[in-house]
Design a protein around this ligand. Structure first.
Ligand code: ATP
Ligand code: MG
Length: 733
């Protein structure tokens, strides 16, 4: 018998109609083609459910993972938990972000199409336009899970589908082109991700009342500047260095005094992996060059910027030798020559600053010579300062280019804002330092926000609908945030205290103080307690935090120094005298006279995160939870252990339980009635009364039992998926 099976995408549910006239519901998903009776029967089993709330066994983690696995196998990387989008990195180009895909999701109700990033993008955009409320998309997940890719796809969606502003498409191009530039300077290959974001980014896109993007603004968070001078084995420095060396024109390199071979530069050889198969530095360079001109860089700006990039490489090659008194002397005159030209500073002043420390005591200036180790330290500190300040300058420059500057609209009046959060993901390496501590703290903070907001909004929905709320126990990570950020007793406070203490404060005295103060904290493990608490011992200079996403052992080496983040005075003076226009903005002379001690790196970071949370709280949030399927960065590999771990710490099971809170499905009365009215003679073909009353009549006719549903103010809530499936199966063609 010839099979005539038809698939009708109807939101979560697809109706499979058999030749003999009966039909069965399956779940609508992209790419499902029914070609045989067998495949028709197993369609639902094969591709899983596209919203986890429809899982029969919604409390089972195994069922959750199985659903993810089935979908992943079918290249269906997106699945919902209600309005939250769960995404699994496919590590391959699935061709699902084309213009046609964008069109498919425009103006369509969230549940009427298969789950997709663009469905979230469109829903957010429509809320922004119709309700005129600021929106924020929070993208989270560990390093390599796909946050940055998702952010880029979202931006692309808005750039391509939104109407152009009256100022033309320039803003859209700038919004898009800011990305390759920031990635070149702020991303690097790590062991976890070949294009890992080493800074946090919050980007506002501003829309006018017609829904056209008219401006943007970027906030950046703590660049991992230690990477400039050191990379772990298998990692690289920031992409820009390799791009310039690979792609830069001969003439440019000659002017900058650079050789093509990255092996010639000490700052590029530490990780021993200048070449990465997944990266084409040469073509990336072209993209970056082009992007720079789109975001208003003229040839002079580019020249100044590249001079700085080159100067960092030259700085790394500065060598010192000890004289008879063990004082450091610069031995690489050639490098100094280039630096003098590129940094546009006085050569002897620079040399002196690299080998001496200037102290002002009782109004008098004293020059104290540095030994070899101190000189190398001063050199590296200078390289880090130059690079990180240039990065901040770059962000400011991009912001000027993105700024909404329509003379007709002198203020932000009438505009709405969509914020995109793309930060560095939670990361654990063999060796974790101050940088990982900050990155993981940032992830804790955003996780806390997610917990608060999802629980809050769910609770609000139940309250608004007048449905009794049954609280769901969940892992609240506030306790870990407190451990890090609390005043006086938190890790950052203790670190600051040690940094400000004159005398003999060291990384180890910080650790001692930390152990004394927080030793009883359930998420803090000290040397003494290590074996008992986590069965893994700790080295002398280490402490362990039990993060929401897993335990991380931090080495305290360098904590004080990185937190203090000080640059010797004479290095600062040298840089303040620079005539390179970018550097003269980066190193402000006022710094030299300012007596106030600048805030420590961790405290500044903490303050910036508090500000970010505040920004996000003021907006309507949408969530994308990214999952990394394997550690090998390979397509098609579904590492169950790794995924289960992420499902756990992202709190997806709790999220699902809260979402269900006893109800698998909810739908507005109008929509429910519209879909199922044909099942009841009293509601078919039309129901003249209130939709809510129509639904009451309809479900009575269908024989719903009281425990199977609840009626809210605007929506019906259905407890079990099977009730819904039965109703769906009852629909006739
Ligand atoms: P980090 O925290 O280290 O910055 P991330 O979450 O931003 O990590 P991405 O850089 O977005 O991770 O993704 C890592 C890599 O995975 C990408 O370079 C790309 O190769 C691949 N990838 C991610 N998402 C997708 C996708 N939707 N389709 C195809 N490939 C993807
Ligand atoms: Mg990233």
């Amino acid at each position: 018998m010839a099979l005539q099976v038809e698939l009708i995408p109807t939101g979560e549910i697809i109706r499979v109609v058999y030749p003999h006239g009966t039909c069965k519901s399956a779940l609508g998903s992209d790419g499902v083609r029914i070609t045989s009776m067998e495949s028709a029967l197993t369609a639902r089993d094969r591709v899983g459910v596209q919203d986890f709330v429809l899982l029969e066994n919604f409390t089972s983690e195994a069922a959750f993972i199985e659903n993810l696995r089935r979908r992943f196998r079918e290249n269906l990387i997106y699945t919902y938990i209600g309005p939250v989008l769960v995404s699994v990195n496919p590590y391959r180009d699935l061709q699902i972000y084309s213009r046609q895909h964008m069109e498919r999701y425009r103006g369509v109700s969230f549940y009427e199409v298969p789950p997709h990033l663009f469905a979230v993008a469109d829903t957010v955009y429509r809320a922004l336009r119709t309700e005129r409320r600021d929106q924020a998309v929070l993208i989270s997940g560990e390093s390599g899970a796909g946050k940055t890719e998702a952010t880029k796809r979202l931006l692309q969606f808005y750039a391509e589908t939104c109407p152009a502003s009256e100022r033309g498409g320039a803003v859209r191009d700038r919004l898009l082109q800011s990305n390759p530039v920031l990635e070149a300077f702020g991303n690097a290959k790590t062991l976890r991700n070949d294009n890992s974001s080493r800074f946090g980014k919050y980007m506002d896109v501003q829309f006018d009342f017609k829904g056209a993007p008219v401006g943007g603004h970027i906030l950046s968070y703590l660049l991992e500047k230690s990477r400039v001078v050191h990379q772990n084995h298998g990692e690289r420095n920031f992409h820009i260095f390799y791009q310039l060396l690979e792609g830069g024109e001969e003439e440019t390199l000659r002017r900058l005094g650079l050789e093509r071979n990255p092996q010639s530069y000490l700052y590029l050889v530490k990780g021993q992996c200048a070449k990465v198969t997944s990266i084409n530095d040469k073509s990336d360079w072209k993209v970056v060059r082009k992007a720079l001109s789109v975001i208003d860089f003229n040839e002079d700006d580019i020249e100044d910027l590249l001079s700085i990039v080159a100067s960092v490489l030259h700085l790394g090659n500065i060598h010192f030798a000890a004289d008879e008194q063990s004082n450091a002397q610069v031995t690489t005159e050639n490098q100094v020559k280039y630096l003098t030209r590129l940094l546009q500073v006085d050569g002897s002043m620079l040399k002196e600053a690299l080998t001496h420390r200037k102290i002002i005591a009782k109004g008098e200036e004293l020059l104290s010579p540095l030994n070899l180790e101190q000189a190398a330290y001063a050199r590296d500190a200078l390289a880090k300062a130059i690079y990180s300040r240039t990065f901040s300058w770059l962000v400011n420059k991009i912001n000027r280019s993105l700024a909404f500057k329509d003379p007709e609209f002198p203020s932000w009046r009438g505009t709405t804002v969509l914020g995109l959060v793309d930060i560095y993901g939670f990361e654990v390496f063999q060796h974790n330092s101050f940088e990982q501590f900050c990155i993981n703290y940032c992830n804790e903070k955003l996780q806390q926000l997610f917990i608060e907001l999802t629980l809050k909004s769910e609770q609000e929905e139940y309250e608004a609908e007048g449905i009794a709320w049954e609280p769901v126990p969940y892992l609240n990570n506030k306790i870990i945030c407190d451990l890090v950020e609390e005043k006086f007793k938190g890790i950052i406070s203790i670190l600051d205290e040690e940094c400000l203490r004159p005398g003999d404060a060291t990384d180890l005295t910080f650790l001692e103080k930390l152990e004394d103060t927080v030793k009883h904290h359930p998420h803090f493990v000290t040397h003494k307690l290590a074996d008992q608490r986590t069965r893994k011992s700790l080295g002398r200079g280490e402490f362990r935090l039990l993060h929401y996403a897993g335990e991380v052992t931090y080495s305290v080496t360098g904590f004080l120094d990185k937190n203090n983040d000080l640059l010797f005075r004479n290095l600062k003076e040298t840089m303040c005298s620079s005539e390179n226009p970018i550097l003269s903005q980066c190193f402000d002379r006022n710094e030299l006279t300012d007596k106030k001690r600048p805030e420590t790196a961790a405290t500044q970071f903490k303050a910036s995160l508090f500000q970010l949370v505040e920004i996000l709280m003021s907006k309507e949030p949408a969530y994308i939870r990214c999952i990394k399927p394997n550690d090998a960065k390979q397509p098609g590999r579904f590492d169950e252990v790794l995924i289960r771990h992420q499902v756990k710490y992202l709190g997806l099971m709790e999220n699902l339980r809260v979402r269900r809170a006893g109800f698998a499905y909810r739908r507005k009365y109008e929509n429910f009635l519209q879909r199922y009215k044909s099942l009841c003679p009293e509601t078919w073909p039309t129901w003249d009364g209130r939709p809510q009353d129509g639904v009451s009549v309809l479900i009575q006719h269908l024989g719903y039992k009281p425990e199977e549903y609840k009626l809210g103010k605007t929506k019906i809530f259905i407890r079990f998926p099977k009730t819904l499936f039965a109703t769906e199966d009852a629909l006739e063609m």
